[in-house]
Each structure stands twice: as structure tokens, then as C-alpha cells.
Write a new protein. Structure first.
Length: 196
């Protein structure tokens, strides 16, 4: 009979679960977006300020590690980590593909803009802001926008920032739009139904 090192197995289990969670969050394009835990139910409904709704159901994803018996004698910690890295990449890819697909399906026409092949510039960005519902922190600063896709490359975002800095009229329009969005947010927060 082989010995059972239950405490060691628990330690490795905890280590690899933590490693998977942290690495997946580090490489996911959605890592910085606020998460919500669902403790019950099989779906979620989103109601927007324009009275549009989206319903989504739960989706299960899985990835697998395969370790063949003939690999075990040469299985180093580095090789085990490489197998877990492949598992993490596969899982993040599945989650990202699903999230982008679900976001594209669930967005009503009133909440979307067709860039029509144009590059991101100040005018297009102001159109985005006009359509989007913004959230604000308690101190009045707008919460971050998370953008995914080639339209929002680092190069284009830097050029956009430069365009606003060099054009006071654009900056004024931006400031006025943010003030308008802040007031809309304040009204939404004041009209929110509280549970209890």
C-alpha cells in the first residue's frame, strides 16, 4: 500500500488553484472589470436606463490537463507549470470568446455605434460617450471604461489623448458631456430602488 500524504496534497491543491486564478486574471482582457458572484439562479437580467433588457443564462466552461504515465518520471515542477499555463490560456480564450459574443448579441441598437471602418478619433469617441451609460465614483470622477478590440489600440488611445490636449474646443465638449453624464448618473442613483 502506498502512503497518502493528505496534507501535502491539500497544500498543492491550494497552490495550483491560487496560481490558476491569479494567472487567468493577469492575462484576461476583462481582468479589471468588476465581477459579480451569482449565488443562486440560472441566469441574469440586465435592465438599462433606456428600458432595454438583456437576458443571459449560465454557461459552463472546462479545460483539462493530461499527464500520461510515461511522462511522470521526468515530470519536473517547470513542466507541471507549463501544463497549467496551457490550461489557463485555453480557459481564458473560451471565456473571452464567450464574453465578446454575448456582449455583441445583447447590446441594443440604442447602446451601440458603428465606426464604419474609421479609426478612433475625438469625434468618434464623443459619439461613444454620448451613447454609453457612465458610472461615477462617490468623489465624482467617472469610472474607467474598458475597451477591447483593434479600434482601441494603445497607439490610437495615445493619439486620442493628444487630440483632446491640443484642441480646447474638443476638451470643452468632452467636459460638458461628462457633466451631462454625471447628472444622468445622479438621477439614476436617486431613483434606484433599494432592497429592504
Amino acid at each position: 500500500m502506498l502512503p497518502d500524504y493528505s496534507e501535502t496534497k491539500k497544500l498543492f491543491d491550494r497552490f495550483f488553484k491560487t496560481y490558476i486564478r491569479r494567472k487567468a486574471r493577469a492575462i484576461s482582457p476583462f481582468a479589471d472589470i468588476q465581477m459579480r458572484c451569482m449565488h443562486e439562479g440560472r441566469g441574469m437580467r440586465v435592465k438599462r436606463a433606456d428600458h432595454s433588457e438583456s437576458n443571459s443564462s449560465m454557461q459552463q466552461f472546462s479545460s483539462m490537463i493530461e499527464i500520461r504515465i510515461d511522462e511522470i518520471p521526468d515530470l519536473t515542477f517547470k513542466k507541471v507549470i507549463a501544463k497549467f499555463d496551457a490550461l489557463i490560456i485555453d480557459m481564458v480564450r473560451k471565456q473571452t470568446d464567450f464574453t465578446i459574443k454575448r456582449m455583441n448579441e445583447g447590446i441594443p441598437a440604442s447602446q451601440s455605434i458603428d465606426a464604419k471602418g474609421k479609426k478612433l478619433d475625438a469625434e468618434l469617441f464623443l459619439q461613444f460617450l454620448e451613447v454609453f451609460q457612465l458610472e461615477f465614483y462617490a468623489d465624482g470622477l467617472p469610472k474607467e471604461l474598458y475597451c477591447v478590440g483593434e479600434l482601441f489600440s494603445q497607439e490610437r488611445l495615445e493619439a486620442l489623448d493628444e487630440e483632446f490636449r491640443n484642441n480646447p474646443k474638443l476638451q470643452k465638449r468632452y467636459d460638458e458631456l461628462i457633466a451631462k453624464k454625471k447628472e444622468e448618473w445622479r438621477v439614476r442613483e436617486a431613483n434606484r430602488k433599494l432592497v429592504g
